[in-house]
Design a protein around this ligand. Structure first.
Ligand code: ZN
Length: 234
């Protein structure tokens, strides 16, 4: 069972960046919720947890500690950028990182960028490295995503629920590809042809054997009242 740890950036008393009527903590909550439901619906062979289910306040070290204590295989921290720029970027730790970490960054970066570009040709700000606490303190491959800017024209996408859903689902696909998760079999689109009644086997159930016919009649009557077709045989 692969273990996936999602981190909804910020939360509680820390809203993250705020602009254009948007709060970073609410956007990261939505994106991660979309990612988790998409994984649940489409893949098998994994467990997933999240740093905050609602609007809890957590320190950066608490987030890393929870993922480490659980023994997660992957850690993904979702954020929204600020500073009046534009575009998408991802981060891994700028110290020593494993080739797995680089692979996780590569697959997440390309999945998410492709999903965003179905809406607009957003700027690729690149795959970056930084000394962020959640990346430094986590022991497993960890990536932090910065999904557009809350305080620029990018905000129009962050106000679009379909965009947030697509970005969340792209996070999920990236993680699934990295872990090699098995896809759930797709539900059959066409209904099964109705079986003809004549093809059906009938199984009979006997419910009692009585020496006294009256007792048999009494049970038969009870069963008829409950809607069962009843036959008395001798
Ligand atoms: Zn942030």
């Amino acid at each position: 069972m692969a273990k996936i740890y999602w981190d909804k950036g910020h939360g509680g008393s820390d809203p993250g960046s705020v602009a254009n009527g948007l709060q970073e903590k609410q956007l990261t909550h939505k994106i991660v919720e979309y990612a988790m439901s998409y994984l649940e619906a489409n893949y098998t062979g994994f467990e997933q947890r999240v740093t905050r289910t609602g609007d809890q306040t957590l320190t950066l070290s608490q987030r890393a500690d929870m993922a480490n204590a659980w023994g997660a295989d992957v850690f993904v921290s979702v954020h929204i950028n600020a500073g009046k720029g534009t575009g998408f970027e991802t981060y891994v730790y700028n110290g020593g990182v494993s080739s797995k970490t680089v692979a996780l960054q590569n697959v997440l970066h390309s999945e998410i960028l492709a999903a965003m570009r179905k809406f607009e040709n957003v700027t690729d700000r690149g795959k970056k490295r930084a000394d962020y606490a959640v990346l430094r303190e986590t022991k497993m491959p960890a990536v932090l995503t910065e999904n557009l800017f809350i305080d620029s024209n990018d905000a129009k996408h962050l106000k679009n629920e379909a965009f947030l859903k697509a970005v969340g689902e792209a996070h999920a696909r990236g993680v699934a590809k990295f872990l090699g998760l098995k896809e759930k079999p797709k539900a059959q689109p066409e209904a099964k042809p109705q079986q003809k009644p004549s093809d059906k086997k009938l199984y009979r159930v006997q419910v009692g054997a009585f020496a006294d016919r009256e007792n048999a009649e009494r049970l038969a009557e009870e069963l008829r009242k409950k809607g069962y077709p009843v036959y008395i045989t001798d």
